[in-house]
Design a protein around this ligand. Structure first.
Ligand code: ATP
Length: 227
């Protein structure tokens, strides 16, 4: 496994809004090694989700160099076209664990089956699925469907879906944002414990200063381009 999980140099991202170009990320450099954690902070609209989307291949960077787990994905040496799509798919399938603000569970499967399916898609053993639900405090909800549980419970199931694949790198957008304080702490404990135990990397976007302070590095996107 590459020691450098994330290597981003001079990355910029613009969006078109009507006839205007809005620069959201400006000349960013980000490096993350194995077992390290990074909190993306900054006010609403500063580009935290946009950066996470670039890091999991859902948005392409406008310019700059990007390599994930040693694989160049933008700039020098990066594949293009279908080969680039394939490279991102392979990374997301088994090596990146992505947690979005809206938990991405299949509505027609129970929570337990969602997690089993995710494990199988990543080529992992699915027998620990129930155990992960248990550890995240929703073990008794495994037979329920996503629309039969609360938003916070869905969020915990989405985290179980990530943990069960044992990813090299977890990218999480407000992973505890929809949880009450006590549950948020339990979930954060699980995140950091998993990271310590398996030496995986973690990048999370958060407005929670306490959660950000638990990460090894912090990047305030509200201060991009300023000295
Ligand atoms: N597809 C898009 N097209 C145009 N503008 C966009 C697009 N996606 C995001 N933006 C804009 O980019 C800026 C950064 O958005 P982003 O969601 O990355 O911020 P954020 O820091 O994650 O915010 P929050 O803390 O509210 O989640 C915002 O001004 C947003 O409106």
């Amino acid at each position: 496994m590459a020691d450098n999980l994330i290597s981003v140099t001079g990355l910029s991202k613009q969006f078109e809004s009507g006839d205007q170009h809005v620069t959201v990320l400006r000349e960013l450099s980000v490096h993350l090694g194995r077992g390290e954690s990074l909190a993306l902070t900054g006010p609403s609209g500063s580009g935290k989700s946009t950066l996470l989307n670039v890091l999991c291949g859902l948005e392409s960077p406008g310019s700059g160099r990007l390599a994930m787990l040693g694989q160049p994905l933008a700039g020098d040496g990066a594949p293009t076209g279908k080969a680039l799509e394939r490279a991102w798919c392979e990374l997301r399938q088994s090596r990146l664990g992505v947690v979005f603000q809206d938990a991405n569970l299949m509505p027609t499967l129970s929570l337990l089956d969602n997690i089993r399916l995710r494990a199988r898609l990543a080529g992992r053993d699915d027998t620990s699925a129930g155990n992960w639900l248990q550890r995240l405090g929703i073990g008794e909800l495994g037979q329920r469907y996503p629309d039969q549980v609360s938003g916070g419970q869905r969020q915990r199931a989405a985290l179980a879906m990530v943990f069960v694949t044992r990813p090299a790198l977890i990218l999480a957008d407000e992973p505890t944002g929809s949880l009450d304080r006590r549950t948020a702490e339990t979930v954060a404990d699980e995140l950091f414990e998993l990271q310590a135990r398996h030496g995986c990397g973690l990048v999370l976007a958060t407005h929670d200063a306490d959660l950000a302070a638990r990460c090894l590095h912090q990047l305030d996107l509200g201060h991009q381009g300023r000295p």
